[in-house]
Design a protein around this ligand. Structure first.
Ligand code: ADP
Ligand code: MG
Ligand code: ZN
Length: 667
């Protein structure tokens, strides 16, 4: 229900104040006129036929009529061997020849006939006039078929022109050929409070909300920030899995910003015509400059922002690159203080071109994650607003029942529950309706591999607790910040670490990190006696680390101080710089390093089995645990970590802001 309302609002907005690129009043030549002109021309050609309808008769009959003196006038169309004959004004004659058709052929000429040749007819007429004394007026004319000639010479061209117009209209969604290069942005102007979505409609996402609110602040009061010499950011990128509220957040910005808001989707730039994308980008920014300060929102920016190919000749889609280049240029082009902020959203930040993400363009990345228990409760609150609730609906329970649900999934649950209740003819939506709705959605979503069963949840908790335990107990492993079993995107669970910003990595550090990576699978092995596919990402990274230790850094026993790294290497070298024997050695070294660290992780888990179990249980219960919880169970780490230093310096808070990026996920 909530969704429906919002959709209606959106539609209203669409119709309400779209004065974007396409339908500008008085923008020169309107396409409708072209159509009308073509239509009239066609009608004219079809019906502009001056010839009078005639009754067709055989040549033999015509000969008779001439001999009988019924004929007054003949027009011979020489190039068609046709005779058009006017009869004498005699009702007897006319009724004899035309019979019942007399009413149809009232105008002269009344009959026509194919003739063998003009000469034959001429002879006949001459004979009849001289012998019988009739006067028959014979004229000759050549008749050009203007219509046919015209169609044959211009028809095909006309056909293609019309086809082209229709196709271009299709492709531009009604804009017509004269506006392909115009941007298709919708503009939400300030002062129009039709945009009903506000920050109140966005639940959870506290940090993301704060970030975008700050952007709104920048535009409202730029002087406050620039007077100290600071520069206002040019762009912010909302990144997160689908359905987490990125578009919603942008709409809320539009609703609250009080500046013009240009909204369009990345795919709006893409067109079959070459150069259209780039010119649309130009047009968009031109419009934006006129209305600055303003916000441009590009949804699903990965459609244009995908990384450009390294090898241009292999890449057919130059058009998209041109569009991207133009976007980059425009983002650099306007002065920092000109008051245009570009907001973009994507769920594929990993495939975006690096140039887009560099400082000065989308220098702020705002991550919009799947909600945890508390955020889910808040989202439920938002979407339950329009729903008639029965007593006894427990929001906490609902939130706990929906791990891994995105905001969109929760909106869907609420709507589904209302529909189920309506189907059951209830007065209000009760608890059972919600539980059924959740079941239904999980059933529908299971394919996404996101929603986990209780057993899977436990398995994931054991795995993640394994990472947490091992990394906690190793001196050089990155200090843990947060572990979660809320599935995020592709990952089923994740552990956040605070990576040390170091330029050099020692062998011990690499080994400890590998050991922590393998801790997840080791825990599954020890506790459950079986392993699962959940460790794919861990194994990949551990193996790559071992490979680089052996092949690049010369850190293994048997290949000490040898590096096969080639900094000049091109992309297409197929030869290995070492012998087959060495490759066997490399394989065995990698194997032994990985195996060694796995055994070490198993040993650590076995030694701390009860603590690990406690951690896993806590994780099942709370879904997210923090370093504090781990400290409580394992006791403080005996060595001073960077986190401790930070804690001392800043007083406990302020760490979570700069974590992430090297967090570790499990598929
Ligand atoms: P995306 O991140 O894929 O752009 P949307 O912003 O389009 O997702 O969200 C889809 C719908 O899900 C929204 O219209 C809203 O109803 C619901 N939704 C998602 N996240 C939230 C949230 N944090 N608070 C309230 N509703 C949300
Ligand atoms: Mg979206
Ligand atoms: Zn793992």
């Amino acid at each position: 229900m909530a969704d429906n309302n919002q959709n209606q609002n959106q539609n209203q907005n669409r119709n309400g104040f779209n004065d974007g690129g396409q339908n500008k009043p008085g923008s020169g030549f309107s396409l409708t006129w072209l159509y009308i002109i073509i239509g009239i021309a066609l009608l004219f050609i079809t019906f502009y036929d001056t010839s009078v309808p005639t009754k067709e008769v055989s040549y033999a009959n015509l000969q008779n009529y001439i001999w009988e003196g019924y004929v007054e006038k003949i027009v011979v169309v020489t190039n068609e061997n046709l005779a058009e004959v006017s009869l004498v004004d005699d009702s007897v004659v006319i009724s004899e020849i035309l019979g019942s058709d007399a009413k149809k052929y009232t105008k002269k000429p009344q009959i026509s006939s194919k003739i063998p040749s003009a000469e034959k007819l001429d002879d006949l007429v001459t004979a009849a006039t001289t012998e019988k004394g009739y006067t028959i007026d014979v004229t000759y004319e050549e008749r050009k078929d203007y219509m046919g000639t015209f169609l044959w010479s211009f028809g095909p061209i006309l056909f293609f022109v019309i086809l082209w117009i229709i196709m271009s209209r299709r492709m531009t969604g009604g804009g017509g050929i004269f506006s392909v290069g115009k941007s298709k942005a919708q503009v939400f102007d300030k002062g129009s409070n039709k945009m009903k979505i506000t920050f109140k409609d966005v639940a959870g996402l506290a940090e993301a909300k704060q970030e975008v609110q700050e952007i709104v602040e920048f535009l409202k009061n730029p002087v406050k920030y620039t007077k100290l010499g600071g520069k206002i950011p040019k762009g912010a990128l909302l990144v997160g899995p689908p359905g987490t509220g990125k578009t919603l957040l942008a709409k809320a910005v539009a609703g609250e910003a009080n500046v013009p808001f240009f909204s369009l989707s990345g795919s709006d730039f893409v067109e079959m015509f070459v150069g259209v994308g780039a010119s649309r980008v130009r047009d968009l920014f031109r419009q934006a400059k006129e209305k600055s300060p303003c916000i441009i929102f590009i949804d699903e920016i990965d459609a244009v922002g995908r990384a450009r190919g390294k090898n241009p000749s292999f890449n057919a889609n130059d058009e998209r690159e041109n569009t991207l280049n133009q976007l980059l240029t425009e983002m650099d082009g306007f002065g920092t203080n000109s008051g245009i902020i570009v907001l973009a959203a994507t769920n594929r930040a990993d495939i975006l071109d690096k140039a887009l993400l560099r400082a000065g363009r989308f220098d702020r990345q705002i991550s919009v994650d799947l909600p945890d228990v508390h955020e889910r409760k808040e989202i439920f609150e938002v979407h339950l607003r329009p729903i008639k609730l029965a007593d006894g609906v427990d929001l906490d329970l609902m939130a706990r029942q929906t791990p891994g649900f995105s905001g969109a999934d929760i909106a869907n649950v609420c709507n589904e529950a209302a529909l189920i209740a309506a189907r059951r003819n209830k007065e209000a939506v009760d608890k059972q309706d919600f539980l059924d709705a959740v079941d239904r959605i999980i059933g529908g979503l299971e394919k996404k591999n996101k929603i986990t069963t209780a057993e899977e949840k436990r398995s994931i908790a054991i795995h993640e607790a394994g990472h947490a335990s091992v990394s906690w107990l190793l001196e050089y492993a990155n200090p843990l910040v947060k572990v979660t079993i809320v599935p995020r995107g592709k990952a089923l669970g994740a552990a956040w670490y605070l990576p040390e910003e170091r330029q050099l990595t020692t062998t011990e550090q690499m080994l400890d990190e590998m050991c922590a990576l393998l801790g997840g699978r080791a825990a599954e092995q020890v506790v459950l006696g079986r392993v699962s596919t959940g460790a794919l990402n861990d194994l990949e990274r551990a193996t790559k680390m071992a490979y680089s230790m052996v092949v690049y850094y010369g850190m293994s026993e048997k290949l000490k101080n040898i590096s096969y790294y080639d900094s000049t290497q091109s992309d297409y070298s197929f030869t290995k710089p070492y012998s087959d024997k060495t490759s066997e050695l490399i394989d065995s070294e990698i194997k032994s390093i990985v195996q060694g660290q796995f055994d070490r992780a198993v040993k650590i888990i076995k030694e701390h089995l009860s603590q690990h179990a406690e951690l896993a249980e806590l994780l099942v219960d709370k879904e997210v645990i923090f370093a504090d919880d781990v400290t409580r169970i394992f006791g403080p780490r005996p060595w001073k970590t960077r986190m401790d230093e930070l804690n001392e310096a800043e007083g406990n808070e302020g760490i979570e802001g700069n974590i992430d990026k090297t967090n570790e996920t499990d598929e």
